[in-house]
Structures are given as C-alpha cells and as structure tokens.
Design a protein around this ligand. Structure first.
Ligand code: FAD
Length: 465
C-alpha cells in the first residue's frame, strides 16, 4: 500500500452510511473530496448491522433535527432510488398493543405521528390487526397502522451514494485510520495510518469513534456510549408469516423488539438495546438469543417452525443525550456529525443536506466549488428477493452461491465496479455470496477461485493507491 500525500477541500472521516452520504453531497456540490475509512471497506461500523427500515419518522421527537433529517432522507431516497436501481419493499408497519396499558398508549402514538406530519397513520382494531396479520399470536388488542414504512438494502444504498461520489471524482482510502489532526493556516493536516492529507474542511462522521476524533483537537461536546442491538435471521420461508413490520409499543428507553422482513427474503427478530463500553466488538450472546426467540414466539407462535440461519449484532453510536450531535465550528473549518444513534440509514441523505446547509451558511468561500455540468447515476446490482435477479437472466455464467442465487457474472462484475471489494465481507455485502443458510459451506471453493488474487491487486479510478 502506497503512502498518501493528498491535498483536498473536504475530508470526510468515516465510511458509514452517514459518511457516504456526506461524501456524495459535497462531491456533487463540486468540492474536491476524500473519504478516509479505517476499515477494509465502507460500513465497517454501525452501518454494517441494522434493521434496514426506511422510517417515516412517525415516532421521532416532534420538531427535532432527527425528524427533519429522517423526513428529508426518506424523501430523497424515494426520489433517487430508481435511478440508482436500489430496491424498496413496501412492508408498512403495525404497532401492536398486547395489554390494556399499551392499548391506552395508541392514541398518543397516532397523535405524535400527525404532529410529525405523517397523517396517514391511524389506529386500527384488533380485528383489523388479524385481518392484516393472521399468524400473530392471540391477544392483540389493537394497533397503529403506519402505511409509509419500507425496508431497503442497507448495504447497496450507502455503496450507491459513495459510488456516485467516486464517479464524480471523489477519492477514498480504506484501511486508513485518522490518528492525529493538526490545525494549519489552510485548514487541517491529518496524519493517518497511510500517510498525510491536507484539507480545508474536516467532516467527522466517525460513528462510535466520533468523540475520540473531536478529542484529537478539542474537548468533545458529547460522549459516545455504544448501545448494542442483537438480531436473529430466520430462513426465507418464514417471511410468509408476516406482512407488515411488527412493532411493539415503545417504552421511554427502547423501541423494543420487532419482527421484520428483509429485502433479501428473510425475516429478522430483534434488536436488543444493551449499553456497553467497547466501541468495536458487537458479539452475539446465546442467552440473549434464547430470550429473543421466546419474545418472538410470544408474538408469532409459528416462528418456532422455522430455522434460524444467522445471527448478528450492531452498535448504535448513542451518546449521553438522545438527539443527534451535529456541531459546526466555522473558525476551525470543522463539522462533527455525531450520535446518529438509531435512524441513520433513513436520515443519511437528509443529514448530508443539513451539513451542506451548515456549510453554505457558516463557511462562506472556504474553497471554490466546481459542480459537475451533468450528474451521472450509478446502476447498482439488484439484490432484492422481490425483484428480478441476475440468475433469471441469460448469459449469467451459472449460479455460484445456490442459497442466495448469486451468479458468476455478478461476482465478476463487482470487481469491475467503481469501488471493488477488497475483503470477503465487502464481497458478501456487494453480492450476497455466502450469506445464505449454508454460510458459504458449499460455494466457498468456487468463490475462492473467482476471487483469485484480486484482493491484492485492486486498482480503480478514484481509489488512492
Ligand atoms: C441494532 C441497530 C438497528 C438499527 N436499525 C435502523 C433502521 O432500521 N433504520 C435506520 O434508519 N437506522 C437504523 N439503525 C441506525 C443506523 O444503523 C445508524 O444510525 C448508522 O449506521 C450510523 O452511521 P454512521 O455513519 O454515523 O456510523 P458508522 O456506520 O459507525 O460509521 C463510522 C465509520 O467511521 C470509521 N472510523 C472510526 N474511526 C475512524 C478513524 N479514526 N479513521 C477513519 N475511519 C474511522 C468506522 O470504521 C466506521 O466505518 C440501527 C442501528 C443499529 C445498531
């Protein structure tokens, strides 16, 4: 790996979904940008493992920046997803009340949704709950129906944002940890594990490490307190057992455990909400899994008929406060996007817009913008179980991964893409290979043959070698 010695307008620290969206936004504005990610791929932190719900914001705090960013992010995703070939699964959601206290809370949930401008949310009777969800356990007393909630692809979306940035000249470096920052006459000099980068503006999107990055030059205004969420993934046949996302009535501390289809055809059960010190490790725990299974079967008794094919956990970048922690320091040419706890997949494009408006308002003429005369749009590989996939198209070279129906053509194409995978995790997230019920037991030999020596020799436009 060669050493970096770059000079750009904007450095984005962190390639989570937020960093990818901010990187895209500033590149499309016409800035000379660079994204630095310490992992071997984007989505090495919180954005790797979430529920993948595109939220309406019906239950977000009214008037909050979080709600504003979620609704702007939702709208922009709706506007651009087709151009990028990104999928959308219209699931809807139902908040189900299982006891009198929860039933009494439903009008308040509807009222809050309406206060948030989500006017199609309505309370429904228990009969209506069962008409929509015939497999639910007995005892549901009523629900709140949220027609606008969707499920998306949590990995292709940020990859698409980043790809569009790279198509317009954005640069990036993986395995590149920012280790020190030093203020200079022209902005900042960043010392990374791969060399130095000079920049006019830094945008800190480092998720669970956001306070540590700020702590490199000032007393941070927030403290990260990672909150783990564990999930079970059920075999694809289980997805027939629900239609909507099944949500519990939230408590003041957690949104609770949900049942949800994934865009890849499975059903997930989770997440938990567990405070922990460690910012990096997201382990799953057998006792917690058992507890989740019990909770899930109380809501959906048929769940026990289906095998669990995987488990995973993600770490929310929570802080001592509930709200987003977005700060701008015009004197210091620095913006921090911290504490994007549990709605960042939805809000990312809206956060990027908000950061752009902070820049336009508070950082006048920090650098010259040369916006592209015409926007180019990446077409992402379609991985949704609910759309036409490559295995159904001629000339695909045959199916390599039979659990997830991944073709040789899809695997080979990913190495020719703007941001080729550089590690197995990246290849899995870009294609679904080895992500199915056998976890790669049957296809890994063939996959290894296709990978060949490619991980050592990746050379692409935009990538800083
Ligand atoms: C259990 C769970 C369920 C969720 N469900 C949903 C959902 O259904 N819908 C929704 O909208 N949101 C959901 N979220 C929230 C969403 O996943 C997060 O808000 C989002 O991933 C935060 O993204 P981020 O970019 O801020 O952080 P991250 O994804 O953590 O990105 C930060 C990046 O910075 C990098 N980094 C850190 N330090 C350095 C350094 N020194 N140098 C270079 N790089 C560095 C990290 O490696 C990481 O890749 C959920 C989250 C969890 C955990």
């Amino acid at each position: 790996m060669t050493q970096l010695n770059e000079n750009v307008d904007v450095v984005v620290i962190g390639g989570g979904v937020v960093g990818c969206a901010v990187f895209r936004r500033f590149t499309l504005m016409g800035a000379r940008t660079m994204l630095l990610e310490k992992g071997g791929d984007i989505l090495s932190g919180a954005s790797k493992a979430n529920s993948a719900i595109l939220h309406t914001g019906f239950d977000a705090p009214t008037g909050s920046l979080e709600l504003q960013c979620m609704q702007a992010g939702y709208e922009e995703y709706m506007a651009i997803h087709q151009q990028m070939n990104l999928p959308l699964l219209k699931t809807t959601a139902i908040v189900v009340a299982w006891n009198q206290e929860q039933l009494d809370a439903l009008p308040g949930i509807v009222q809050q949704a309406h206060n948030n401008g989500v006017f199609d949310v309505e309370q429904i009777s228990s009969e209506e709950v069962y008409r929509r969800e015939p497999h639910l356990a007995k005892g549901a007393l009523g629900g709140v129906y949220v027609p606008g909630e969707y499920v998306i692809d949590p990995w292709s979306s940020p990859l698409a944002y980043m790809t569009q940035a790279v198509m317009h000249g954005g640069q990036y470096a993986f395995n590149c940890e920012v280790q020190r920052v030093k203020s200079t006459d022209d902005g900042w000099e960043l010392t990374t594990s791969r060399g130095r980068v000079q920049t006019r503006l830094v945008i800190n999107c480092a998720g669970n490490h956001g306070d540590l990055i700020d702590g490199m030059w000032r007393t941070p205004e927030f403290e990260i307190r990672p909150r783990k969420g564990q999930f079970l993934v059920y075999d694809k046949a289980s997805a027939s057992q629900i239609n909507a996302i099944i949500l519990p009535v939230p408590t003041p501390t957690t949104k609770g455990v949900l049942l949800c289809k994934t865009i890849f055809g499975n059903m997930i059960l989770g997440p938990t909400a567990e405070e922990q010190q460690d910012r990096n490790r997201a382990d799953v725990d057998e006792t917690v899994m058992q507890g989740l299974i019990e909770k899930g079967s109380l809501m959906l008794p048929t769940l026990t008929d289906y095998p669990v094919t995987a488990t995973y956990a993600g770490l929310r970048p929570a802080t001592e406060k509930k709200e987003y922690r977005i700060f701008h320091y015009p004197q210091d040419s620095w913006i921090t996007v911290g504490g994007i706890r549990s709605t960042g997949l939805t809000a990312a494009l809206g956060i990027a817009s908000h950061v752009e408006s902070l820049y336009q308002q508070h950082f006048p003429a920090l650098f010259t913008l040369n916006p592209p005369p015409e926007l180019q749009w990446p077409r992402m590989p379609m991985l949704s179980e609910y759309e036409k996939r490559d295995y159904a198209c001629p000339g695909n070279g045959g199916i390599v991964c039979h659990c997830e129906l991944v073709t040789r053509r899809e695997l080979e194409a990913t190495f020719d893409s703007a941001i080729p995978p550089e590690c197995i995790g990246a290849l899995r997230r870009r294609t679904r290979v080895m992500m199915g019920r056998c976890n790669g037991f049957f296809c890994s030999n063939n996959v290894a043959e296709i990978i060949g020596h490619r991980f050592e020799n990746t050379l692409v436009v935009g990538k800083v070698e």
